[in-house]
Ligand binder design. Structure first.
Ligand SMILES: Nc1nc2c(ncn2[C@@H]2O[C@H](COP(=O)(O)OP(=O)(O)OP(=O)(O)O)[C@@H](O)[C@H]2O)c(=O)[nH]1
Ligand SMILES: Nc1nc2c(ncn2[C@@H]2O[C@H](COP(=O)(O)OP(=O)(O)OP(=O)(O)O)[C@@H](O)[C@H]2O)c(=O)[nH]1
Ligand SMILES: [Mg+2]
Ligand SMILES: [Mg+2]
Lengths: 282, 265
């Protein structure tokens, strides 16, 4: 779509192809392009630049979501402690994201507690313990093979006892197809609610930006099992665009809270719908 | 063909690979007798399936040992794809075959990565070499192979840190490691649920350091696995293993027929 060029059918096809290559999905890409096609037919869209702007607005509208004013790093805390559970499939960046979010709250002068809820994977507790040390947070952990819900329960108690402002709960990576593991995380969330009514205040699905159409299935399954309040989109410093979040916003109304842009503590930003949409068509 | 194109895109096969693939399949369908008992629609699906199996690699490939020990295997790929776990899974398989194996922790950057591999080496029943975080990964890898050699290891598997294909300094580091180790195998470990970007990532890794094989992980989920076709089509390298679980027994040889059926849904 070049600035002044007329928007013809081949330009619209190029646009649709670009969206598909950003993992937006066949169905949603077609719907977004249809918006432009209608705009052209109605004479509201005259050239490539106005088509591009219409697309950016359409995407922005979708991912902004109904609750963009909701919880994020500068929003008022609930609790105390304000409890956030991080969930998702294997290797997406849950543990690293917890470190980044914890660092942000620490920078605000908050007392942060981390719960080592991944009681299964080799080195998982050690990994979180390194991060806890680096950000100046306490960590609650148990021995090898411990029960994940038991760690979560202990962590809420410890957070209350120590006057923590924020409790970040790590969980093991799990594929949504594993019934027993989905039952386990359901129990973790339930137990947290028993230990502190109203908690967890946020339940974030961590999604890897390189994930394809399976990301929508992940979001659906985790949402129906534990009730998500938002998403974290990681590894956006890579070449993948994470277009699956547009479908997720559209189908499930879940907003992206943060984006991960690297492996360091500073590499986290609150999600900005406008810049995300611009980057898609940049 | 329209429906097949949509099905492949929804299965995460790369856009450009879908184009080439459907054109090739169409050409074969047009150039071929419509097979006796099948309807034209069924014939197309059959040809598409056969074409996909052909591209995916036809038959099952096995990792072979080098003529002079130790066989050095390097694991590479994006962050979180499953390299460390896969390294240990492969180690366990060779141990079961009666081989002496050593796992080398050349990821000196990720918190507790060395500990993670040490624990997994214990589970796999093989030797382990690791130093301390912050050490030079190429030095660690080199020393790990040297020790494996003196300890008469048959196989030395080197785990590396995840990295972006666009991270030039880290890709250079991988290039230096390759030049230093002269590995028999460089395995690209890719997440089975990777979407469209699988092609760009794999191509860049292959161009920059030369891959010898592919491992597709987390295929115990319900991702369709179109990345398999994308990566195979763009690199031409064989898919050697499929990761099918979090435990060390969660690894299988690659069966093109099964993956083709899965991608086609
Ligand atoms: N480039 C980049 N790498 C990231 C980002 N977030 C996490 N990572 C890396 O991704 C890898 C996996 O991160 P983890 O935090 O261990 O992921 P996880 O979801 O906790 O993994 P499991 O607990 O094994 O399921 C690590 O190498 C991280 O450094 C990001 O935003 N950008
Ligand atoms: N379900 C399932 N999980 C897997 C498989 N392979 C690896 N994992 C999990 O995926 C997560 C990431 O695995 P790692 O081996 O730490 O990945 P990595 O590529 O070494 O990550 P970095 O070193 O951070 O780049 C862990 O939770 C593993 O247990 C698989 O085949 N199936
Ligand atoms: Mg983790
Ligand atoms: Mg690793």
């Amino acid at each position: 779509l070049l600035g002044e060029a007329r928007v013809d059918e081949s330009a619209l096809e190029d646009l649709e192809d670009r969206l598909i290559q950003a993992d937006v999905g066949v169905r949603t890409s077609a719907e977004l392009v249809e918006i432009v096609r209608l705009g052209v037919a109605r004479g509201e869209i005259e050239n490539g630049e106005s088509a591009r702007r219409a697309m950016v607005r359409a995407v922005e509208g979708l991912v902004k979501g109904s609750s963009s004013a909701g919880a994020h790093i500068d929003a008022p805390l609930q609790g105390p402690p304000h409890v956030i559970v991080f969930a998702g499939v294997n290797g997406v960046g849950k543990t690293t994201t917890i470190a980044k979010v914890g660092a942000r709250y620490r920078a605000q002068g908050r007392r942060v507690l981390l719960a080592a809820g991944d009681t299964f994977r080799a080195g998982a507790v050690d990994q979180l313990a390194v991060w806890a040390e680096r950000i100046g947070a306490d960590i609650v952990k148990q021995g090898a093979g411990a029960d994940s819900a038991s760690v979560a329960f202990d962590a809420v108690q410890a957070a209350r006892a120590r006057g923590a402002d924020v409790l970040l709960v790590d969980t093991a990576g799990r594929l949504h197809t594993k019934t027993n593991l989905m039952e386990e995380i359901k129990k973790v969330v339930r137990v947290i609610g028993k230990a502190l009514p109203g908690a967890p205040h946020e339940v974030l699905l961590v999604l890897d930006a390189t994930t394809g159409q399976n990301g929508l299935v992940q979001a659906r399954e985790f949402h129906s099992t534990i009730g998500l309040t938002g998403l974290v989109l990681t590894k956006l410093d890579g070449t993948a665009k994470g277009g699956i979040v547009i479908q997720i916003a559209r189908d499930l109304g879940l907003p992206v809270r943060y984006v991960g842009t690297g492996e360091g503590l500073d590499d986290l930003e609150p999600f900005d719908a406008a810049s995300y949409a611009e980057a898609l068509f940049g | 063909m329209r429906e097949i194109r949509t099905a492949l895109l929804e299965a995460d096969v790369n856009f450009h690979v879908v184009k080439e693939f459907t054109e090739a399949a169409k050409a074969r369908a047009v150039g071929q007798e419509v097979l006796g008992s099948l309807t034209p629609g069924q014939a197309v699906v059959k040809i598409v399936h056969e074409e996909m199996v052909r591209i995916l690699g036809g038959a099952t490939v096995r990792l072979a040992l080098a003529p002079n020990p130790p066989t050095v295997v390097m694991m590479v790929g994006l962050q979180g794809s499953g390299k460390t776990t896969t390294a240990a899974k492969i180690a366990r398989q060779f141990v079961a075959d009666g081989r002496r194996v050593s796992l080398v922790a050349a990821d000196t950057q990720r918190p507790a990565a060395i500990d993670q591999l040490a624990v997994l080496a214990g589970q796999a029943g093989c030797a382990f070499y690791g130093t301390t975080p912050g050490d030079d990964p190429v030095r660690v890898a080199e020393e790990g192979v040297r020790r494996g050699s003196t300890q008469l290891a048959d196989v030395v598997i080197v785990d590396t840190a995840g990295r972006l294909q666009i991270d030039e300094p880290l890709m250079d580091e991988l290039g230096r490691m390759r030049e230093t180790l002269r590995p028999k195998e460089i395995l690209f470990v890719a997440d089975g649920m990777t979407g469209q970007e699988a092609v760009n990532v794999a191509r860049r890794f292959d161009e920059r350091i030369g891959l010898t094989g592919i491992v597709l992980t987390k295929m115990d989920g319900d991702a369709r696995g179109g990345a398999a076709l994308s990566i195979r089509a763009v690199t031409g390298k064989p898919i050697v293993y499929i990761g099918t679980g979090e435990k060390l027994d969660g690894i299988e040889p690659f069966h093109p027929e099964r993956i083709a059926s899965r991608i086609l849904g």
